[in-house]
Ligand binder design. Sequence first.
Ligand code: ADP
Ligand code: MG
Length: 280
Amino acid sequence: QQRSPKPATPRIVAVSNQKGGVGKTTTAVNLAAALAQDGLGVLLIDMDPQGNASTALSIPHDEDDLGIYDVIIDGRPLIRVVKECPDITGLWCAPSTMDLAGAEIELVDMPHRERRLRQVIEQLYAALDRSRRPAPDYVVIDCPPSLGLLTLNALVAADEVFIPIQCEYYALEGLTALMRTIGLVQGALNPTLTVGAILLTMVDGRTNLAAQVADEVRAHFPAQVLRNTIPRSVRLSESPSFGQTVMTYDPTGTGALSYRAAAREYAHRQGGTHHKESAQ
Ligand code: ADP
Ligand code: MG
């Protein structure tokens, strides 16, 4: 499979799903790592107060470290909090610190409360352009599970939503709810938002249920579902505790191979597709 091409214009991608534990963070960090390993510039923004993505990329995110909270609440430039990932050249991260949990409430009374992340990303690109420095080809945003102002900021900042889903019984229901949310955001706040991809994760090839759910999701969203899927893999789940993505922790295993294939498939798609319900 061919390496991920450089996109004509930067792609801002929110990895989102209202459900927890479906593989958002695992997908965000490994997608970001795979694109960077193909030679692209990638910035991962950790918008989840849990900071799991920052942990997986070995980016310090204690109380005294600067993080995305300082950017969207205190107005610090994004470029000041971004750190390069030690293992992967070209992969940068804006970490999340614990105080981000409070941002959900602090944002409520702030001006442009849904647009703050979008504004700081635009400012970052403008600053890099002025100083003639290379700008990221991809910005990957790891979203928290709840549909609060942090997720909303990500959906307003993004060009595309990248949706990981777990092949289980209620998957389609959750997906329908998420599509409705995306439709609302398109209507009110970000008309050009598209669904960039749906990725089936934690696929257990031995069960009929997984295959049935996968078929059903493909039938509903034929244009959005990636051909490549991510199998269950112990390596994938243990890599964050070593401060690594699976792309460096177990580079030749099934986890890394499948994320690399999915990332390349995604990168070869130019832009996303508008979901039909979104027109309402
Ligand atoms: P989310 O960010 O949606 O809450 P995570 O990416 O943190 O989900 O995944 C939830 C849990 O499942 C984590 O413990 C993660 O390591 C594990 N996990 C994710 N993807 C896989 C996979 N393909 N195989 C095995 N475990 C996985
Ligand atoms: Mg997560």
